[in-house]
Design a binder for this molecule. Sequence first.
Ligand code: PLP
Length: 441
Amino acid sequence: MTTQPQPVLNPLAEAANATIKAENATVFDLLSERGKRFFFPAKGILAQGAEAKQKAKTANATVGIATENGAPMHLQVVGQYYQGLTPAEIYDYAPSFGKPDLRAAWAKKQRDETPSLGQALTSLPIVTNALTHGLAVVGDLFLDPGDEALSSDLMWENYNLSWETRLGARISTYAFFDNKLTGFNMEAFTQALFSRKGRKLVVALNFPNNPSGYSPTKAEAGAIINALIAAAEAGTKLVVVCDDAYYGMFFDDACEKESLFGRLAQAHQNLLAIKIDGATKEEFVWGLRVGFITYGVKGGTKALYDALEQKTGGIIRAVISNVSMPGQSIVLKALHAPDFRKQQAEKVEILRQRAAVTAIECRKTEYADCWDVYPFNSGYFMCLKVKGVLAETVRQKLLEAHGVGAIALGQTELRVAFSCLTEAQIPGVFSAAAAAVRACR
Ligand SMILES: Cc1ncc(COP(=O)(O)O)c(C=O)c1O
C-alpha cells in the first residue's frame, strides 16, 4: 500500500495549531486538513510591506502598486466615477483581513445589534468578498471531503455548490417547518442533532431564511440554542454557522431580532459559533461585495481568536488576496454617516409594507386549492408549496403565459421575492400564479 506524502506544515501553521489545541482542543479537531495547514504568511510580502509603511520614511519600494505624487497612480477615466473617496480609498490594496477601521466599525455594529453578546470575547470580523465567500471560507477551514453539514431542507442552493460540489462535503437536511406549516420544526431539528451525537458536525442556521422568509420566534430561537447546547454537552463537536445575510429585515414583533450568534458564541466549549454577515442585503449593496466572518466560542481567548483569524486571513490571501477597496471604503463611510440608520430603516419599512401586502394576497381563500403558504415574517422572500403540480412546470407557465418570473425549488416550492415587487404588482403576481397552477393541472 502506498501512502500519500503529507505536506510539511509551515512553522506558522504549526504555531497556530498548537495555540488552538491548547486553548480549545475541540476547535482544533473541527478544523479540516486544509484548515490545519493554513497560516498567514506573517513574514511574507504583505508583512514586510506593512512594516515598511510604518518605518520607511525615505522611500518605500515594497508594495506592488504604482504611486505618483504620494498617492496611488490612477487614470482620470476611472477616477471620474468616484466622488468623496481619496485615491488611497479607491485604488490601494486593502489588507487580507480587511480595512482595520471597517473591521472595528462592523464589530461595534454587531455588538450594538446583539446585546446578548454582552462582554463575551469574539474574534474581530474579518472582511470577505461578501457572504458567499465567507461561507466558502468556513467550508475550506472546517469541511473535509465526506464531512457532514446539516441544514434545513429549505436552504440557499449555493450551500450545495460550495460545500458539496467544491469540497466534497455532504449536506444533510431536516424539515424546516412542521407538518401543519405553523413554525420551525423543533422536533426534526432536535432529532437530526440527536442522531449525530458524538460526531463532528457543521450546522448551518440561516435566519431570515432563504427561500422561505422565516425567522424563528423568540421561543423557537431559545429552543434551537438549547438543542445545540444539549448536543454539545452530549459530546457532539459543532461548528454552528449563523448565516445572517438578511439580518435586520424583520417584519413581525414575534420574531427573534437578535442574531443567534450572540448566545451561541458563549454557549459551550464544544460549539464554535461563526457569524457570516455583511453589507450585501442589509445595506442594499449587493454588488459591492463586502461581508464578514466572526468567530465565538465559550471561553475563547484572544490567542485562540488570533490563531483563527490568521488561518482565515491566510486562506483569503491564497484565494483572492484581498477584498475590493472601494467597496470597503464606501461601507465604512456609510456606517459612520449620521443618516445611516434612518435611511436603512426607511428601506426596511418599504419591504415591510410589501411583505404585508404579500401576506394578504397570497392567503386569499380563492387560492386555497392552488398552494399552501410557508410561514414568513422577515427577509426578502416568501415561498409557496404548490398543490398537484410541479413547481418548475408552474414557473415556466407563469413566465411564458403571464410574463411573471419566480424561482422553482425542489418539487413543489415556488419562491417569490416580494423585495423586488412594487405593492401594486403583488396582487397580479399571485393571481397569475394561481392561473398558472390551474392551467398546469
Ligand atoms: C442565505 C444566503 N446566504 C448568503 C448569500 C450570499 O450573499 P452575498 O451576495 O453577500 O454573497 C445569499 C444570497 O442570496 C443568501 O440568500
